[in-house]
Design a protein. Structure first.
Lengths: 320, 528
């Protein structure tokens, strides 16, 4: 596999340093696959280096060395290559990162490290749409002016990708973005009023959820099939959330128009939560295809949650 | 461009993750960018809570410095998988919660509480290396820690240990005050290491005792006040196999004893890598886990603030009550103790042979030759608090006490190998496994505590609580009522004829209460 002259030059200049790093990584990670590393450098790292060379040739060496060192960690931890634990890191390096060549040229380690950690974080949540996050970050790459904006944009898009617990934090952070970029990140038109939209989204997690599918936002599956629940979940109601029990495990359930997440909770929290049920809307049950008599419905201020002893899933809808 | 520091990384994820109560949950969007990849702007670890920082230090040592840690401090959440192994059917447990290696954890708790820890075990098992790590953890350069380490040897003098009077002053001084002392630098360090302390001559041990016990050194009428420090001592053989017999007072100053366990050859590949790469963990300790003097001060305060619930304190009282009684040693009630027997110089076996009234198998006190001192109990409480703090708890749990107790009492509670308990084939291993025996002893004590239902039925405890509420405003009638109640309880307790440790202490406590009420009654009458 051939590599670009820019990468070849950087590798030659940083040869002793990189060789030492590779040797160190081999000692630390006996399973380190040098061939996977070589392939990754020749393809993904080279692509990045070429992108940086196009915008800031004087920064090629710094970017190349940082990228090579981070790539060592990625290969050592099986985050890239044929046996990668997640499919998205390769995509990040090959498709998204080159789009941010200017930021990479300025702060290669900060940008690559932050984006890489974000992909790892998002990939740990089964219901989060990591591909949608990568698409969004790539689509708005030209609008991002500096690494700080990149980080905030990533947070906002992480919420849109399904990290429901980020809603408040991401909306607060988004004030640091130009209004145009914040509106674009949320899929709103340029004519929309950012402060008004932000206030509406903070007030109601389901604001603008007109295109929600009839089956609502669903979360949870049988643990035997890789889900979170060993038994059909039982629900209780919190202030802005729900408490869930399945077998001997307890969760906090948060949901909004973009998705839902399950976080760890304690038995005490579940016991303290309200058991008050509401009547289950028949249309929702029909859409879900769950036996009507079995559906149990719970509601907090904004959200209706439906569960049934015949399924391991929980369906969330805006209340109203 | 930041460096690439594989061996200097500490955990960025919480080392002891727990479900956060909903009321206090804050979802920090910045966590999106936390992960294994370095961004070059990793935050300042000074903001970390100190217990988290110590846990990070623990895990850094486990993952980078010690090749084959043994998880002998076991915690469980729910059922743990257990297996009976070998002809002896010993239990192998796979703990269901975060468990720890005593060889690393105990020195760290010693570090945080600034106590004294003795490493025992054969040569080449990492005792000295672990002690050096503790010195580096306190922020000293490796070279300084190595140079300050005192190596015990048969010719070690007071001057070797403490310092020298300046020769010029010796020649010209008109009084002792004129002689300046060049104190050894290790005396001023916050981590003190004495290697092979059982090779130090007895006279020098006495000087060491003063430094360890009273925290100052004295030479030619000059005194050097040492800072509060954590002590680490090593010995290849703690059972008297050193060059010199360790004086008892010095042994008694040691707070915890940890044993360096054997190397598991299954980890030979990692050892080989260590040899080939020439990596020295103590030279690669990440700065994030270094503790300043202020950090250690603050950690000590936090540890002391950890609470010991009353129910747990009662169990410890019950346990420590088991051991001091020696009915045959004294004619007066207060002197029926093992200490009386020991001070008399009489043959131990004469006392045990005369003690034929009790079930010597059931009585836990019969398993030991001594009782627990106040210092032992204080140390036990401090380390139990430190253990709870290290686990991120504000309150000591029974399991904290159970896990820490054997390491504190290792050298303090002396077993009586002639006791019937040790003659049973199933208890043979307890003759050599002091830690296992002590933990078993605590378990037996707890089982007895539960059998007696003392959590719910403890009349002596109720009377103590009643007294602790104060005497102000009590009239004569009420005092007489209480005195009568105490006398009735003593009569009731004494009716059983057999005297066991907890009953002995209960009776002494009732006597104390009776005396206090009697004095109060006399005062009431006199003040009329």
């Amino acid at each position: 596999m051939t590599i670009s002259a820019a990468l070849a030059s950087s590798l030659a200049a940083g040869r002793s340093r990189l060789n030492a790093r590779v040797a160190e990584t081999r000692r630390r990670h006996p399973g380190f696959d040098a061939q996977v590393y070589a392939d990754f450098v020749a393809s993904a790292v080279d692509g990045l280096v070429q992108a940086v060379e196009a915008v800031a040739p004087e920064r090629v060496h710094a970017a190349a060395i940082s990228a090579c060192e981070l790539a060592l960690e990625l290969v050592a931890q099986n985050l890239v290559g044929p046996a990668a634990r997640q499919p998205w890191m390769d995509r990040l390096w090959r498709e998204l990162a080159p789009r941010h060549a200017r930021l990479l040229a300025a702060q290669p380690q900060a940008v690559l490290g932050a984006l890489g950690n974000a992909v790892i974080q998002l990939g740990q949540w089964p219901q989060v749409r990591v591909d949608a996050w990568l698409d969004g970050m790539a689509a708005l790459a030209d609008e991002v002016q500096d690494p700080a904006q990149l980080r905030v944009l990533g947070q906002l898009l992480a919420w849109r990708a399904g990290m429901a617990h980020y809603r408040r934090g991401a909306l607060a952070a988004a004030d640091a973005l130009p209004a145009k970029l914040a509106l674009q990140a949320l899929g709103a038109g340029a004519e929309a009023d950012w402060p008004a939209l932000r206030a509406a989204l903070l007030a109601d997690p389901w604001h603008g959820a007109d295109d929600l599918p009839a089956t609502g936002v669903q979360i949870g599956a049988f643990s035997g099939f890789g889900g979170q629940f060993a038994q059909p979940p039982q629900l209780r109601v919190g202030d802005d959330d729900f408490l869930v029990r399945s077998a001997d495990r307890h969760f906090l359930l948060l949901g909004d128009r973009y998705g839902a997440v399950l976080l760890p909770a304690s038995a005490d929290e579940f016991a303290a939560a309200s058991t008050r049920e509401v009547s289950a809307p028949e249309a929702r049950g029909d859409a879900l295809g769950w036996p009507q008599g079995s559906i149990r419905a719970f509601a907090n201020v904004h959200t209706l949650a439906l569960a049934s002893p015949y399924t391991h899933a929980i369906a969330l809808f805006p209340r109203g | 461009m930041s460096g690439f520091k594989l061996f200097q990384r500490v955990s960025r994820a919480p080392t002891n993750p727990r479900a956060v109560p909903a009321a206090t949950r804050e979802f920090d969007v910045a966590s999106l960018y936390e992960g294994p990849l370095s961004t070059g702007d990793e935050g300042d670890a000074a903001a970390l809570p100190l217990d988290e920082k110590l846990r990070q230090a623990y895990f850094w040592i486990v993952n980078n410095a010690v090749i084959s840690p043994h998880y002998d401090i076991e915690y469980n959440e729910g059922a743990a998988a257990t297996f009976a192994v070998g002809d002896s059917r010993r239990t192998l447990t796979l703990p269901s919660a975060q468990s720890y290696s005593s060889f690393i954890l105990l020195p760290l708790l010693t570090f945080a509480t600034r106590r004294k820890c003795l490493f025992v075990g054969g040569p080449g098992r990492g005792k000295t290396a672990s002690a050096i790590l503790m010195g580096v953890l306190a922020g000293y350069p490796v070279k300084e820690v190595r140079r300050a380490m005192q190596h015990g040897h048969p010719q070690m003098t007071l001057a070797d240990l403490l310092g020298n009077p300046l020769p010029a002053d010796l020649a010209s001084a008109q009084s002792m005050d004129d002689i300046r002392i060049a104190w050894r630098s290790w005396l001023g360090m916050r981590v003190k290491i004495i290697d092979e302390y059982n090779r130090i001559p007895t006279r020098t041990q006495s000087a060491l005792l003063t430094v360890m016990g009273d925290n100052y050194a004295e030479m030619l009428n000059h005194v050097y006040e040492c800072p509060e420090s954590a002590w680490y001592l090593t010995a290849n053989d703690d059972q008297g196999g050193g060059t010199y017999q360790v004086i008892e007072a010095l042994r008694d100053r040691i707070d915890v004893i940890v044993q360096a366990l054997s190397f598991n050859p299954r980890f030979l590949d990692e050892l080989l890598l260590r040899v080939e790469s020439g990596v020295r963990p103590e030279e690669m300790m990440p700065p994030e886990i270094i503790f300043s003097a202020e950090d250690i001060d603050a950690a000590g305060k936090q540890i002391l603030a950890v609470s010991v619930p009353e129910a747990l304190r009662r169990r410890l009282e019950f346990f420590s009550s088991q051991f001091e009684l020696m009915e045959t040693a004294g004619s007066q009630f207060e002197y029926m103790t093992k200490d009386t027997a020991r001070l008399s110089g009489e043959d131990w076996h004469q006392f045990t042979a005369a003690d034929n009234g009790r079930d010597r198998l059931k009585d836990l006190g019969c398993q030991t030759r001594n009782g627990l001192s106040v210092r032992n109990l204080m140390t036990l409480l401090v380390f139990a608090k430190a253990m709870a703090w290290f686990r991120g708890n504000a309150e000591v749990e029974l399991e904290d006490l159970r896990q820490i107790l054997p390491f504190v009492l290792h050298d303090k509670l002396q077993p009586d190998p002639d006791a019937p308990f040790f003659a049973l084939p199933e208890h043979a291993a307890f003759r050599s496994d002091r830690l296992g025996w002590l933990r078993h002893l605590f378990d037996l004590s707890n089982a007895e505590y539960d059998r007696l239902d003392l959590d719910r039925d403890d009349p002596v405890g109720e009377l103590s609580a009643q007294f602790a509420a104060g005497l102000d405003g009590l009239d004569e009638r009420e005092v007489r009522k209480r005195l009568s109640k105490i006398e009735h309880l003593v009569e009731q307790r004494a009716a059983g004829r057999k005297l066991y440790g907890p009953l002995y202490d209960d009776l002494l406590k009732l006597k104390y209460l009776h005396q206090r009420y009697t004095n109060y009654l006399n005062w009431l009458r006199a003040s009329r």
